[in-house]
Design a protein around this ligand. Structure first.
Ligand code: G6P
Length: 607
């Protein structure tokens, strides 16, 4: 979703801002813009579409003499993608320029009031309202900027990360934040602003995380922080250890393919971080807590929700504890009943997904324990939960998640095993067997990746397919949910994931000659059942593809992908790999923008 960058120092700001924005492209956007301070004026340049359009419009970057500016990639919410709606936005007299990530929920009401006071608007965005409201408060508070920002923060509802420049404050940029991420990096004589670490990693590893309702004055090489009472505060400087190369393609054509291949490593690193002397150890969770929960609620969005669906089966089988899974966006608007011994687990790669963040805040209001399975260190959700367990997938750039999803799964399995042993649902021998099987997963994933060429070839046969149905029961259903989402996201083929037994209750009417039906057949106890459901579609003309580690009658299926055998509970980690590879190659063959699929954003910071 929208990306923010800012720079103040002694170098070419334009170059640094554009470089930063290109590192944030993965977040998804449909227009871009920058505002540069040039002597007495702001030079605002915006363009619809890709960053290249903006770069073309700027012309010779080296000729631009500016050491201070802000930039933005916009993912349209209020008003269509256009140059006019692109950020930065400015006040009428051009005194204030602003870039914004988030949504101002009461912008219409504020806009109406400002119009009554004589303000005129040129765009449909909520961000222009911010620029004009700040202008109003700045005048009202005799040019006291902190006072104006503070009044703004009290007046608006919604979420925002803001970077603001004021004409008269030549060597300053101001920032403020609520529920959208913002980091500030410092170097000797330079300060950087960004929505995410990769945007500034090339320049500095020393960053501050701005918290909700905080603001800061940014000057070259220095930051002064304030709380919402305008009182100066001290913040801890954090060191980022992430390698720059982890945010590069390293010879792969796309980030998605690179990340698919990084899965053995992401799974292994996650396992190794919590497995000490063959024992699963989570420092933040004590055993009496684990014993005390009588049910679990898992929240997530997109693929993270699918991890939750899989973990429901794993926890229920291993720990015999009731588990509910809910889309965070649904949970936040239903009357959920949580007993005081509920553990709410939120799963999120970015740690910034607005619905997941709101879901976990709501759970906290109900006085239950919250635990996050999060990839991005220091992210909003990671800081909100009572206990955080990080996945070690490294930075994930492709919008469609692969390696973070795999890391979430394995960490979830380990959590379930820990619960099962602490709650005495498994004995030592079973515990050791499960750990052994977990440790094999990275090698088994590697084995499937070796089959990439065959899966690529197979994918090419489905290039003209209009509809694909993916079916499975129990954990196989969790697998096809994610496989189906992957295909939709990157190949734009219409797919449906169905519990195999449900197909005949309506959806089977959509099966026609040559419709592709993919069956996930990994769960020993229901393979025959799912296989029968596949045959029901074959009798109606469908072509069948089976993904399995078991012996099935390959002559009946038109295509079969064999995967290695693991414990049924961990089969998702293996069966998903061919589906990811198929989605990737279908996308490539169709000429899609694999890493930045249309309309999608990696980090969805609006509801
Ligand atoms: C977006 C992404 C999905 C992701 C979902 C949840 O929709 O496109 O790939 O699964 O958000 O993201 P999170 O960062 O919370 O895991």
């Amino acid at each position: 979703m929208c990306g923010i960058v800012g720079y103040i120092g002694n170098k070419n700001a334009c170059k640094i801002l554009l470089e930063g924005l290109s590192r944030l492209e993965y977040r998804g956007y449909d227009s871009a813009g920058i505002a540069l301070r040039e002597k007495e004026k702001f030079n605002i340049i915006k363009a619809k579409g890709k960053l290249e359009n903006l770069i073309k419009k700027i012309g010779n970057i080296d000729e631009i003499k500016s050491n201070c500016g802000i930039g933005h990639t916009r993912w349209a919410t209020h008003g269509k993608p256009s140059e006019n709606n692109a950020h930065p936005h400015n006040s009428q007299d051009g005194n204030i320029v602003v870039v914004h990530n988030g949504i101002i929920e009461n912008y219409l009401e504020i806009k109406t009031n400002l119009i009554k006071k004589g303000y005129k608007f040129y765009s449909q965005t909520d961000t222009e309202v911010i620029a004009k409201l700040l202008d109003y408060y700045l005048k009202e508070s005799n040019n006291d900027i902190l006072e104006a920002i503070n009044k703004f923060m009290l007046r608006v509802t919604g979420s925002y990360a803001l970077a603001i420049m004021i004409k008269s404050r030549k060597s300053e940029i101001y920032v403020a934040k609520k529920d959208s991420p913002l980091i500030i990096g410092v170097n000797k004589d330079e300060t950087f602003i960004a929505s995410d670490v990769p945007a500034i990693l090339k320049h500095t590893r020393n960053v501050y995380y701005l918290e909700n309702n905080e603001m800061a004055k940014i000057i070259a090489g220095k930051v002064i922080f304030y709380n919402s009472y305008k009182t100066q505060i001290q913040k801890e400087l954090c060191h980022i250890s992430m390698s720059l190369s982890s945010a590069e393609k390293n010879g792969y054509e796309h980030f998605m393919l690179k990340e698919i291949h990084e899965q053995p490593l992401s799974v292994k690193s996650t396992i190794n971080s919590y497995l000490k002397e063959n024992k699963i150890q989570f420092a933040c969770l004590n055993e009496s807590k684990i014993k005390g929960y009588d049910n679990i609620l898992i929240l997530g969005c997109g693929s993270a929700y699918h991890v939750g669906v899989c973990l429901k089966y794993v926890f229920e089988k291993l720990c015999q504890i009731p588990v509910q899974v809910d889309y965070a966006s649904e949970f936040r608007y239903r009357e959920s009943i949580l007993s005081k011994n509920t553990l709410v687990i939120v799963i999120s790669q970015s740690g910034e997904t607005a619905d997941s963040l709101a879901g976990i805040k709501l759970a906290k209001l109900k006085n239950v324990d919250t635990l996050g399975i999060i990839n991005v260190v220091g992210s909003s959700i990671a800081r909100e939960v009572d206990y955080v367990l990080y996945t070690y997938a490294g930075p994930e750039i492709s919008v469609a998640t692969t390696k973070a999803y795999s890391a979430q799964l394995v960490l979830g399995y380990m959590l379930a095993i820990k619960f099962a042993t602490v709650r005495k649902k498994i004995n030592e021998e079973q515990y050791q067997t499960l750990i052994k099987q977990i440790k094999e997963l990275p090698y088994q994933i590697e084995q499937i990746l070796k089959d990439e060429k065959n899966i690529q070839h197979l994918s090419s046969q489905f290039i003209n397919t209009k509809d694909i149905f993916l079916i499975g029961r129990n954990i196989d259903y969790a697998i096809v949910l994610e496989g189906s989402l992957k295909m939709k996201e990157v190949s734009y083929i219409h797919t449906e994931a169905y519990p195999a037994g449900e197909l005949k209750h309506g959806t089977i009417s959509l099966i026609e000659k040559d419709t592709l039906v993919i069956g996930s057949l990994t769960q020993e106890n229901v393979i025959d059942k799912t296989f029968s459901n596949m045959l029901e579609t074959k009798s109606r003309g469908a072509k069948l593809l089976a993904i399995t580690s078991n012996e099935i009658d390959c002559n009946i299926c038109d295509y079969t992908i064999k995967i290695p055998k693991t414990n049924d509970l961990f089969a998702t980690s293996l069966a998903i790999i061919p589906l990811q590879i198929m989605s990737y190659y279908l996308s490539v063959l169709k000429g899609n923008d694999v890493d930045k699929p249309r309309n999608l954003a990696k980090s969805v910071t609006v509801e």
